[in-house]
Design a protein. Structure first.
Length: 383
């Protein structure tokens, strides 16, 4: 099947430098360089739509703007782009979430995807009034998705669960189409819930050998449930006409990391309860050297940013080859980002996507003809 690419809406601010934050750490000062206004985010969304991204992920958490409200506003300034809205199921009722999703689908012409984020940090969850521990949150997520999926199927749902209770829950109008559910998590219980309820399992950008192991584990759990999942990966990207230009940009970003900020962010992330976050930290160990952990896979972003902390770095051809390497493992969807998000959307869309199109691995979701992978040579005309 053709590859699917999604971009990212930086609702914590954007910059020509890396905007840190997430997983219990605040957004860094660079997030104020380009505030996440609807006008600017819509500009990014339109660029992503134009060059061929299928959707855009909008994050969730105390460190960024609300994902539901932001995407509802930005959607009005786009035509085709889908929105992968991240949300935390413990903070609203499943019936209300199912209703909100159905409304979003009708008002946008079916452009909603859902990224279920169970929440990995107790401190942040408690700030929202959620006092369950991590395993309890995952069990509640399973109950939540059981109710939501039943409602989307048009059924009346009753549930007296460990954490969720609903009676005679029903929707007046079901969504069409039903939004696909994207789900991530590296812990054993996260895998169980993903296998039972998700359509697409997401992993952060680890080296291919680690990604292969995770895919095999989740695929086996899904098969035991009689289900088949698709797989996606979340990465940053720095792609240029030459490898030298790409690595020069990575070095520029790294030079902008204030040592005190790195130390503060790393200390905060070290307290994270997220197994995925700990796996990200292990890739670089807080050090600035040996950040290329696999050919063209750079762990530098994770020095100042929680969550996804690795980037594909290289020439357009090299980045395309790394994408093919992950695809060979079973990855069909790529959720990408880069600083600043407006410019980097064009670098990837005009540099890498045409190369994948030529090889039959991707086609523009809007049916638009893509430019050739390399410009035609200049031929002077005789006067």
């Amino acid at each position: 099947m053709p590859l699917t690419f999604h971009w990212f809406l930086p609702t914590n601010g954007d910059s020509r430098h890396v905007v840190g934050g997430g997983h219990g750490t605040p957004a860094t000062a660079s997030g104020r360089d380009r505030p996440p206004t609807v006008a600017y985010l819509s500009q990014i969304a339109r660029a992503a739509e134009e060059v061929g991204f299928a959707g855009a992920l909008t994050p969730t958490g105390a460190w960024c703007e609300d994902a539901w409200l932001t995407t509802a506003m930005v959607a009005q300034h786009t035509e085709r782009l889908k929105f992968l809205v991240a949300f935390r199921p413990g903070l609203i009722s499943p019936t209300l979430a199912a209703q909100m999703a159905a409304t979003f689908q009708r008002q946008t012409g079916g452009r909603l995807l859902l990224n279920v984020v169970t929440g990995g940090e107790d401190k942040e969850q408690r700030a929202f009034g959620d006092f369950l521990d991590k395993d309890g949150r995952y069990r509640r997520t399973g109950e939540f998705l059981h109710v939501v999926r039943g409602l989307w199927e048009g059924r009346t749902v009753d549930l007296l669960g460990e954490h969720i209770r609903v009676e005679d829950a029903a929707l007046a109008r079901v969504p069409g189409p039903v939004p696909e559910v994207y789900f991530g998590g590296s812990s054993p219980i996260a895998g169980e819930i993903a296998a039972r309820h998700s359509d697409v399992y997401l992993t952060w950008g680890e080296p291919p050998s680690q990604v292969a192991e995770k895919i095999a584990r989740i695929r086996s759990l899904a098969e035991a449930q009689g289900r088949t999942l698709r797989f996606g990966i979340r990465l940053h990207v720095i792609t240029r006409d030459t490898a030298e230009q790409a690595w020069a940009e990575a070095d520029r970003l790294l030079d902008g990391f204030d040592p005190d900020t790195v130390a503060s962010v790393q200390a905060g992330l070290a307290r994270s309860e997220s197994e995925g976050q700990q796996r990200m930290l292990a890739l670089h160990g807080g050090r600035r050297d040996r950040l290329e952990i696999h050919p063209n896979l750079w762990a530098g972003i994770g020095l100042v940013r929680g969550g996804a902390g690795t980037a594909l770095v290289g020439s357009h051809d090299e980045v395309a080859e790394r994408i093919k390497e992950y695809h060979a493992l079973g990855i069909d969807e790529f959720i990408l980002s880069g600083y600043p998000h407006l410019e980097e959307a064009y670098w990837f869309g005009e540099g890498v996507l045409p190369r994948l199109a030529v090889q039959g691995l991707w086609r523009h979701p809007g049916g638009k003809e893509t430019a050739s992978a390399a410009p035609a040579p200049f031929v002077p005309v005789a006067s």
